[in-house]
Design a binder for this molecule. Sequence first.
Ligand code: FAD
Length: 482
Amino acid sequence: VRAAQPQRSVATVLYSKQFKQLARRQQQQRRNLSIGPGHYKQRLVILGSGWGGYGLLRGIDKRRWDVTVISPNTYFNFTPLLASTAVGTLEFRTAIEPVRRYAPDIRYYQAWCDEVDFKNKVLTCMPATRPTNSSATHSGEYTRCDLQKPFSISYDKLVIAVGAYSQTFNVPGVKEHAHFLKDVKDARRIRSRILECFEQASQPFLSDLERRNLLHFCIVGGGPTGVEFAAELHDLLHTDIARHYDKSIVRLAKITMYDVAPNILGMFDANLRKYTEKTLSREGIKILTSHHVDKVEPGKLHVREQGEVPFGMLVWSTGLAPNPLVQSLTDTKKDPKTSSIITNDHLNLIMSNGEPNPDVWTIGDAARIDTAPLPATAQVASQKAKYLVRKLNKLANDEEHKAPFEFHNQGSLAYIGNWKAIYDRSGGNEKDDRFMSKETGRVAWLLWRSAYFTMTLSWRNKILVPTYWFLNWIFGRDITRF
Ligand code: FAD
């Protein structure tokens, strides 16, 4: 009897643990449905898990709102660190945050929103999960078709934060033969291709010309993304690649940056642009401004001013194109130049009749305020998200929020290689310009690193990011190709 007693008590403990878990789950579900007798939570649907959508998700009061997130990405991309992950200065995990971190306080569907019916407040979505074939399912109950069925979601309030796509200007062959750098998956493909080029070029039977072509890395677009990628690639070539590959091969590697504009980094101050061009050229990066790429074929570019230019890898970064969902919205006011959705200064979407929609807000790269066009940056998207957090949390408490959105320019930063960066805050308003307004070199590089370390969202990444910076500084980048 005595021997059986401890077993009984273990069973009792397990039972009571299960019971507590069940009670907690039920409590959670009750909390998800209502916040008090007769007071139901309103349904807030957030489209997108980028700087806008994820920023809102982090701050929104989940006890007061019934939150649903719809995004094809199960994670948030910390875009300023993507160029670093594409060459191994940082690992991929350091640049993402999972959306499900906030579940079960929120609902999440890995899906695309394809249609918005503003009148009936209904969204039509399509799963973004890969269709599983029927043999992989348990009972044959689900077929490939069932798993890809569109579904509808109703909302009380909607936030559209679907961002934008990469602009190709319809140049033939870009989508098929170039790499983009928008997502951590793109960064992974780029990293793999760089290392593949070096392995291919190391084969014994290749001529020097073939090697030179394979090791020609082209970047089209001289904006901050193109420049930062070129700088990170230069660092990789001059450190870890130079250390581990044959010198006769490494000396053939070349980076060329093309832009149709007469200057790179158009949004930066003229002196900072000159400094960057000089620094990059001194490091051996060829900058070809006022050059037009007319066509891309496998392994070669057609440049109007040069003719055929062979390459091993091409990264295309020439700005933003509208998201197809944004393009499909016909009853909203759009910016004629960028096709982004026009909002008022409370970020409410403006319908085509000129009236703001009180239940729909649009933030991030998909939106533009009618009175004050702002750049399409993470800084703007995240400030708009914070503004909406305040507004919606007040709304949930039946309080008024009258203040319009105001942007505070914290300046622009770009890494330009070899532990140097540029910092520009000259375009800000006087209130924001108390601190330094322009900086270059190591000081700017320190600012760059501290800014992105501070902006890193989770404690996990606040530990991982400096750890990888330190480890790679001591031991070098990981140049394994999977
Ligand atoms: P995104 O962050 O692009 O997020 C859009 C989200 O919507 C994604 O989760 C996407 O999957 C989802 N989505 C798309 N279509 C649908 C749909 N139909 N239904 C549902 N969800 C959908 N800005 C800076 O300020 N500083 C920087 O240093 C900087 N560096 C950058 C580096 C790179 C490599 C890149 C690409 C951008 C950089 N930016 C930077 C710009 C910045 O990342 C963007 O301005 C910012 O991501 C915009 O935020 P967003 O929420 O509008 O869009």
